[in-house]
Design a binder for this molecule. Structure first.
Ligand code: NDP
Length: 222
């Protein structure tokens, strides 16, 4: 039975990914930071691990808990948007620290833990990034801090992809999705986003390592 690891599975896209992999017959290891969400995930037959991605001890605990696991698909999904600014409105220090810690530093802690676990012939490692992190496709500066954090996350993923021996490591844009972050006006139901992400990951080939993809499998520019 293949194993999926979903980091940040309490709600939104991460939770839907966990449920869809489960429904497809996979073993699912899912993380969340709140006890209530861990209980829900367990009730949904997922192996639940407590993890606040900004907590260094939790990240260490994740490494300990996953020691010797073989993971087929690992997805780092947890993320925050931060202040909903328009234009060049400088974030406060606290806002900057929270967004960069969650979206970037956490990836620099968690991806080195997870990479060895997906180092098998079919292993895939994905970060849920955003088109808003693309520099070449910039079309506005709303969410200035979020954009900078996802651009940095893309850079982190690229470096991870250069270290892998066998796994395929990619950044993924999930679409504009109806979640708490995406808002009710978003284009895509969460089920369609998660379905597209799973299909895209399943269809990756070795030379896709280090690339940036849309949820529907099309290639994106950094
Ligand atoms: P939600 O706001 O619905 O969910 C965010 C998820 O991240 C929750 O599971 C949340 O957990 C988790 N999370 C945030 N901070 C932490 C933390 N410190 N430790 C552990 N978990 C944390 O957003 P989406 O589902 O929409 O977003 C998922 C990913 O997709 C994010 O990385 C986002 O940037 C990206 N994305 C989303 C888009 C959209 O349109 N929705 C578009 C482009 C990218 P908790 O419940 O505990 O807060």
């Amino acid at each position: 039975m293949p194993t999926a690891l979903i980091i940040g599975a309490s709600r939104g896209i991460g939770h839907e990914l966990a449920l869809q992999y489960k429904a497809a017959g996979w073993r699912v290891i899912a993380t969340a930071r709140k006890a209530v969400d861990l209980t829900t995930l367990q009730a949904q037959d997922c192996e639940a691990i407590p993890l606040d991605v900004t907590n260094i001890n939790d990240c260490g605990g994740l490494g300990w808990r996953l020691d010797d696991e073989k993971i087929d698909v690992a997805i780092l999904n947890a993320g925050v948007y931060g202040p909903r600014t328009t234009g060049l409105q400088t974030p406060h220090d606290k806002q900057f620290d929270e967004v960069m810690h969650t979206n970037v530093l956490a990836a620099m802690r968690i991806l080195p833990i997870v990479l060895p676990l997906v180092e098998n012939a079919h292993g895939r490692l994905a970060v849920i990034s955003s088109m808003m992190g693309s520099i070449s496709e910039r079309n506005g500066s709303h969410g200035w801090l979020y954009r900078a954090s996802k651009a940095a996350l893309n850079s982190v993923l690229k470096d991870v992809s250069l270290q892998t021996q066998k796994a395929i490591c990619v950044a993924l844009h999930p679409g504009w999705v109806k979640t708490e972050m995406g808002g009710v006006g978003a284009e895509l139901p969460v089920a369609d986003s998660a379905h597209g992400i799973r299909k895209t990951l399943a269809g990756l080939r070795a030379d896709d390592n280090g690339q940036f993809f849309n949820y529907n499998g099309t290639s994106l520019n950094w």
